[in-house]
Ligand binder design. Structure first.
Ligand code: GLY
Length: 617
């Protein structure tokens, strides 16, 4: 095969010097010429492409995958019972925010590896244009709610370094010192109070029922519990709850009953977030902490506050992109990469061709190199958010892209975005998206960090504890569990939020919610979300095809282009010839998306994770 291809490629080399772009070499010749003539990019305005037709029918005979379709509203989550609980709320007249909070609490019971009360996350909320009585927000407004964990007040910069100065990953991942002050309960209750219409008791009803009476264990949960058993067994409470059959999980189809968790949920239903931060749950959490040399104190819990932030905003081929600002890096880098890519005729270059993947991979490398230096908690470090998402900065970075070859990561370092270029300004996480028929849309990603977090359950609460402290940089250059390198801006400090990749994202078209999406997957969250956006906007795919399509990922360090199985061998060869070290590893991401078009809701749960369900009514 290689020999057969070789003469053609060599011929192309002689003629155009662009053998790397065989699939679209004419287009590439044009591109090379344009970029040579305008090194910083001539692209003041987005290039329009034929694929931008929001009114285009989505269901088409050419499609291999079809989305779920509904008329009144839709929920997409990683667990069937949670999705059903959310849709029941919509059917009863609740809005998308009511449904989202219900899903969030239900997942804490039915998806214990990632759904949580003991972790944190981010929710992007777009409020519909109709006035909704009692809601504390402006019609048409989009808010980004940050309920990320914080470092305890006694945390210190060097707390995870051993006596030789190396990062001790056991301590930062599997000890009580790995636990950040949880934000989920404060976040979800505040969101419901400000933007919801149902009572907290109603939002907690399905979660309490499923914890108290149990729900049938599916293969996904069963196998995940087997995989983590050794570490889970170190926590007597985890062992008792999740391995009730003489050290084994409930068999597939048997009920997982979580009585202590039901008690905690009932406390929250009765006393609100105060139960968790200052009340009966806090009491149990704190005695568990002090029994295990944990850092979280009563002052930490009582002082926890979610923060309402301005989303980061970009525009990609006429679509408004709204995503999570720091302390997540997700939104910043999605917009940065879209800015880098927009001038290129991606639709014409083709989906998952070597030409398109090359441009995406170079954009990813530039973005992740920036992430390692410029990103962190904006309340503690001067994160240059506006500079990073500015088109001027993208033009500067784009000029660094070699159109013919991969630029090795060793030759790429963080750029120098202006602080304010505009005036002022695992697989273990889980995402869900909700839209209703009043124009409200929600994208939420939350997590315990690694699967089942620290694997420790706080005695008497049924609450699994996060290990989010590992998302800080233990020291500059030391990678976290996802291989992500961070710098000074992401150093540990008391009360600080650790940098995240979670990227709940909303796309508006003409001011109306068009797409709600996001993904788990650690460092791959950002690039997974990027590809769903590009598949819909550039390649005109329906949301099911956009979800199912093979993904690629580059995070600058390690210098490897990671691909899913299913990418064509010819494409892989072309990329290798361009200099890419390539590795095929596990499937990436697990998106849950809802798209609104022509008065209908379309949705898809990623087949990469079992147990997901998208349902409308
Ligand atoms: N713990 C994964 C993230 O927040 O990106």
């Amino acid at each position: 095969m290689k020999n057969l291809l070789r003469p053609t490629l060599e011929k192309a080399n002689v003629n155009s010097g662009i053998s790397w772009l065989r699939p679209a070499n004419l287009m590439t010749a044009l591109l090379v010429a344009v970029v040579t003539a305008f090194p910083a990019g001539p692209w003041a305005e987005p290039v329009s492409t034929a694929s931008i037709q929001p009114e285009k029918a989505i269901l088409a005979d050419r499609d291999i995958f079809h989305p779920v379709i509904a008329e009144n509203g839709m929920v997409s989550s990683q667990q069937t019972l949670a999705t059903e609980a959310g849709v029941a709320v919509l059917r009863q007249g609740g809005n998308a925010i009511d449904a989202a909070v219900t899903v969030g609490f239900t997942l804490a019971v039915t998806l214990p590896r990632a759904g949580n009360l003991g972790g944190g996350g981010f929710m992007l909320i777009h409020l519909g244009r109709d006035e909704q009585s009692g809601i504390d927000g402006k019609p048409g407004q989009t808010v980004a709610v940050d309920y990320r964990e914080t470092a305890p007040l006694t945390a210190a910069k060097d707390m995870f370094l051993d006596e030789t100065g190396q990062a001790d990953t056991r301590e930062s991942r599997y000890s009580y010192r790995a636990v950040g002050v949880p934000g989920t309960v404060a976040g979800l209750t505040m969101i419901l109070q400000k933007y919801g219409t149902i009572s907290l008791e109603r939002a907690l009803e399905p979660a309490i029922h499923l914890a108290e009476n149990g729900f049938p264990v599916d293969r996904g949960l069963y196998e995940s519990l087997i995989v983590v058993k050794k570490r889970m067994a170190a926590s007597p409470a985890s062992l008792e709850i999740f391995y009730p059959n003489e050290g084994m999980p409930p068999a597939i189809g048997e009920l997982l009953i979580q009585k202590d968790l039901a008690w905690s949920l009932r406390q929250i239903a009765k006393h609100g977030a105060a139960a968790f931060y200052t009340g009966a749950i806090a009491e149990k959490l704190l005695s568990d902490m002090s029994a295990h040399q944990g850092l979280i104190t009563a002052r930490d819990l009582a002082g926890y506050q979610p923060v309402i932030r301005e989303p980061v905003r970009g525009n990609y081929r006429g679509y408004e992109i709204l995503s999570m600002p720091p302390p997540s890096s997700g939104g910043v880098h999605i917009i940065q990469m879209l800015n880098l890519l927009e001038p290129f005729p991606i639709a014409e270059l083709g989906h998952n061709t070597a030409a398109t993947i090359h441009l995406m991979a170079q954009s990813m490398k530039l973005a992740y190199a920036d992430r390692a230096v410029h990103l962190g908690d904006p309340d503690f470090a001067p994160v240059p958010t506006r500079g990073m998402i500015s088109r001027t900065y993208a033009d500067e970075l784009r000029a660094l892209i070699d159109l013919k070859r991969d630029t090795p990561s060793a030759r790429i370092s963080a750029g120098r975005p202006l602080p304010h270029q505009l005036p002022a300004e695992s697989n273990q996480t889980t995402h869900f998206s909700v839209m209703d028929n009043r124009g409200n849309a929600v994208a939420n990603t939350y997590t315990l960090n690694l699967s089942f977090g620290t694997k420790m359950t706080a005695a008497g609460t049924g609450i699994l504890l996060n290990n989010q402290m590992d998302d800080f940089s233990a020291k500059p250059g030391a990678p976290n569990a996802y291989g992500l390198i961070g710098g000074e801006f992401n150093a540990i400090a008391p009360g600080k939020r650790m940098l995240s990749s979670m990227s709940p994202t909303l796309v508006l078209h003409k001011g109306v919610p068009y797409l709600a999406t996001g993904s788990p997957g650690g460092s791959r969250i950002i690039t997974t979300t990027l590809q769903v956006l590009m598949n819909v906007i550039d390649h005109g795919m329906n949301i099911a095809s956009a979800t199912n399509a093979v993904r690629v990922h580059h995070q600058w360090q390690p210098d490897k282009l990671r691909i899913e199985s299913g990418l064509g061998l010819d494409t892989i060869r072309l990329l290798e010839e361009m200099g890419y070290p390539i590795e095929t590893r596990d499937a990436m991401g697990g998106t849950q998306s809802v798209l609104f078009q022509n008065g209908l809701f379309f949705g898809a749960s990623d087949p990469r994770r079992t147990g997901g369900l998208t349902l409308g009514y």
